[in-house]
Design a protein around this ligand. Structure first.
Ligand code: HEM
Length: 218
């Protein structure tokens, strides 16, 4: 049997950003849960240390986000091409990919999307990552920055609707991010083996999936 062909999908800066970001977001979620529900969750020694860790993780995520932005925007210059779904993606691609995740994956059919360095995300990934990286992450960072600087940015806080609205917005955005994380990790295990898509995020190289041509309609 021929060895599987490999394709270089994830450049080093993207991998560094991704794992720093993942580590930071998980820390933010856990510490955030303790800050929000201190009576039920006490993972870190005290309330103050949870806040300190939360703010530090926020900083790590902000720095890694800048690395991601700089890499795609200035070095690779392919941010929009990689992350913005095409008309075709919106009209047919999302439906085709959803059918795969909801049905044909369980029948053993091949994934209809074959990643290449220029088009590495399937239409559902593009749409989800676009929303996460261009809307959710900036909004959650903005509300977080405001919450850590209420006094100096008082006028902006009032403009948004006050502290209560700001806290609620930050919490709801964090819930969305948490929901994304669970879905993202689940979908990341749907390769030929559970680690088939996760390893490339570590090594950069993904094995091409054999196109079995068994179901041309997929
Ligand atoms: C903690 C566990 C996580 C795991 C196991 C994981 C796994 C993966 C894997 C396997 C990929 C490459 C395949 C793909 O494109 O779907 C990927 C890409 C991606 N992940 Fe994650 N992820 C995690 C956390 C996160 C978090 C917290 C975020 C954002 C808030 C995130 C955002 C992204 C984005 C935007 C990409 C595309 C990166 C690019 O190539 O430009 N991931 N992730």
């Amino acid at each position: 049997m021929e060895p599987a062909r490999k394709v270089y999908l994830q450049p080093t800066p993207v991998r560094i950003w991704h794992w720093l970001n993942a580590f930071g977001i998980v820390t933010l979620i856990v510490t955030g849960a303790q800050i929000r529900f201190p009576e039920y969750i006490q993972l870190f020694s005290g309330y103050k240390s949870a806040i300190l860790l939360h703010n530090t993780a926020g900083l790590v995520v902000a720095v890694s986000f800048s690395l991601w932005f700089f890499y795609y925007g200035v070095v690779a210059r392919n941010m929009l091409k990689i992350y913005v779904p095409s008309k075709d993606d919106l009209r047919f691609g999302i439906g085709r990919q959803a059918k795969f995740y909801l049905l044909t994956y369980f029948l053993g059919w091949p994934n209809p999307h074959h990643p290449t360095p220029e088009n590495k995300f399937n239409p559902m990934q593009k749409s989800a990552y676009l929303a996460i990286m261009f809307v959710l992450m900036p909004l959650i960072a903005l509300t977080g920055i405001l919450l850590t600087n209420v006094s100096p940015l008082r006028e902006l806080v009032i403009l948004i609707g006050g502290l209560k609205i700001l806290v609620a917005a930050h919490f709801l955005l964090a819930c969305c991010l948490c929901a994304f994380l669970f879905t993202h990790v689940y979908l990341a295990t749907l390769g030929r083996t559970p680690l088939a898509y996760i390893k490339p995020m570590w090594t950069g190289w993904e094995e091409e999936e054999p196109d079995r041509h068994s179901h041309p309609a997929a």
